[in-house]
Design a protein around this ligand. Sequence first.
Ligand code: UD1
Ligand code: UDP
Length: 352
Amino acid sequence: MKIVSIVGARPQFIKVAVVSRVLREQFHEVILNTGQHYDDGMSGIFFRELGISNPDYNLGVGSGSHAKQTGEMLAKIEAVLLKETPDWVLVYGDTNSTLAGALAAAKLHVPVAHVEAGLRSYNRAMPEEINRIATDHISDLLFCPTFSASEILRGEGISRGVYVVGDVMYDAVMRYLAIAEKQSRILEILRITPKKFLLATIHRPSNTDNIENLREILCAFGSVNELIVFPVHPRTRKAIEALGTRANDNVRFIEPVGYLDMLWLEKNARLILTDSGGLQKEAYAVGVPCITLRTETEWIETVKTGWNAVVGTNRELIVETVKNFVAPDTHPDLFGDGHASEKIATHLLEFK
Ligand code: UD1
Ligand code: UDP
């Protein structure tokens, strides 16, 4: 059975790293990288560090407006699918690469399996929300990370082909955290002490393209009386440069780091500030409290258990929450048993 895995953006490289390893034991997997992310620190480093096979195709699509980027991907993915004639196409998450992959396949009547199905923010201003809804509604197999995600799908009338398998990003943490502990030298390189720093990332358009929100966040970071390590996404770097202001010296801007260094930073941070979906889950997985710089989250379980505070972008609220956040005593399993990838492979086999 031939499966084409379609990836293109940073979090998808991490997801495919764990899924691909399992798929390749049983199937013929072809990796198609759309090239949505292309800087080495956003792309190549993950292939090398996580041992992902070289992509069979790199479409080199790169950056652009949503329509231009997605449209170019669609046309190029279609050509590959016509050539490869796979039995399944696997798409991951909620980026433009996800939508383009699912749509190109569905139009060619190639069955689509969606990894990380059923998530909703109920905020259609997020490009990802459109991508999620459209992808879920044209997928044949929907692999949900949580039961609440499967309930959301049921509410939208999707119940066939839905399986709760757990979260593949949790699989990745389980697999790579011990390796990160052995291999990462990031604390030494940055000369920082475990639990004596906060870790921050932002890249959502609502925070980078909205100058007011970006300014509030940077002011909040500068008003926190602790060191903040901030690996800066290229989109955010451009926005901060355009804004022309800097945060205070307690904020340490660094280039994006590889996954092993990132996991080790997360594990050793006192607290994580982010608008990233992946980081909210990883914060929970490594047992570090998270403050989400958005007005809503798809990962509601992390909030319900008390490990994630969704605070938006108000400066005072961010600073107050950093000061007063108390981690709960309980930490139930939310994202499966670390074997979501195996369950995905098993379900795909049923459709051989
Ligand atoms: C994309 C996804 C988002 C995901 C994020 C992960 C969409 C709509 N968004 O957002 O869901 O959370 O990836 O990081 O698919 N850039 C570079 N070098 C790169 C990549 C990007 O400089 O290697 C810059 C370019 O200026 C580009 C901008 O970042 O225009 C945004 O990149 P893009 O891929 O469009 O969206 P992300 O914000 O990365
Ligand atoms: N990540 C990384 N290096 C960084 C920032 C993030 O390896 O400098 C990893 C992070 O650990 C997580 C994933 O990238 O696994 C999250 O991706 P991102 O925040 O870009 O996207 P999202 O999850 O919001 O879609």
